[in-house]
Ligand binder design. Sequence first.
Ligand code: 56B
Length: 341
Amino acid sequence: MEAFLPPLESAKFIADNSKDVSVDEEGARRVAESLFDKVSTAEFGLEGWKSLHELNPQSASKEAVAWVFLVDTLNFSFWSEREEQKYLVKYKGKMYSGYWSLCAAVNRALDDGIPITTASYFATVTLDQVKHIFRSDTEVPIPLIEERHRVLNESGTVLLEKFGGSFLTCVKMSKGSAQKLLHLILENFPSYRDEAVYEKKKVSFYKRAQILVADTWSVLEGRGDGSFEDISSLTIFADYRIPQVLVHLKAMKYSEELMKKLREGTVFQSGDKEEVEIRGCSIWCCALICKHLLELYEKKGQDMRDKINAVLLDYYLWDYAREHREEMKDIPFHQVRSIYY
Ligand SMILES: Nc1nc2c(c(CN[C@H]3C=C[C@H](O)[C@@H]3O)cn2[C@@H]2O[C@H](COP(=O)(O)O)[C@@H](O)[C@H]2O)c(=O)[nH]1
C-alpha cells in the first residue's frame, strides 16, 4: 500500500491543486515583513510557551512531559456552534474557553488528587470519571466526550504496553530526532493518524502528532531529551484557528462560494475537499512566511534558522488569533467535528 505524503509535501500538492482556497504569495511576504521585529520578542520565542501561559507546566520534569502527552491526546474540537453557548472551565477563579478550558480541567483534576496524567489511570478511566473530570462550568458540555474517553483508554494502554507507562521513554527512543518521535507517535497511537485522500493522493497533516513533538520540545526547553536537531522539519499545526488568522492577515484567500458556505455555518465532514484545501493551504502558506522571514534576515547577514521555524511561527499566530478574536470575528473558521484537531 502506498505511503501517505508527509505534511509539507501534502501541503504543496494541495496548494497546487486547490480550487476554493489560495495562498497569496505577496500577502505571505507582507506578513513576513510585519513579523520581522517580532522574532526577537517573547511571543516568538521558545520561552513564551511557559512564560506567557500560566496553565502550561513550568517545570521540565517527567510529570510535565506526561502532562503534555495527556493534553495533546485530547487537543481537539473545542469550537461551539453558537459563540454565546460555550464549554467553559473555571480554575483558580478564572474562566477558560477553548483549548485552555481543557488545560484548566486537567489542572483542576490534578489539584483534586486525580492522577489524570498517569497512564495506569487514564488507560482504564471510565466514561463517568471522564465526564466528571471535564465537567463544564456552563450548561454546555465538552464536545466529543465519548471520543475523548476512547482515545484516553487507547493511548494509556499503548503507553503501558510499549513504553512502560511513560511518554518520556518514547521521547528518549527518538534520540533527539523530531521526525523519529513523530513516526513513533504515528506507529503506536492510532488517534494521531490525521490523514486524508485528495485528488486521488494520500495526504497527511498530523496536526496533533506534530504539536505533541513541538510541545515536548517546548516543555523540555529544547534541552536534554528535548533537543531535537531537526525541529525545523515540522510544519505548522493545521487546526481551525490558523486558517482564520491567515485569511485575516490576507496571506490566504477563500473563494466566494467557500466563504458563503463558511458564513452559513456549514459543518463539513473530516476529509471533505474544502477542509483538506483549507488545512493544506494553511501549512503551505506558513512555509512561505517562514522562508520569506529567513530571507529577510539573510539579506542582513543574519542566519536565523535556530530562531525561526514553523513551530514558533505557529505558536505566535495561534496566540495572536486568541488575542485578536474581536477583530477576526467576521472571518469564519471551518467547522468539522473530529478527533484530529
Ligand atoms: N495551530 C495550533 N493549534 C492549536 C494550538 C493550541 C494550543 N497551543 C498553545 C500552547 C502553547 C502554545 O504557545 C500555544 O499557546 C491549540 N490548538 C488548536 O486550536 C484549536 C482550539 O482553538 P480555540 O477554540 O480558540 O481554543 C483546536 O483545534 C486546538 O487543537 C497551537 O499552539 N497551534
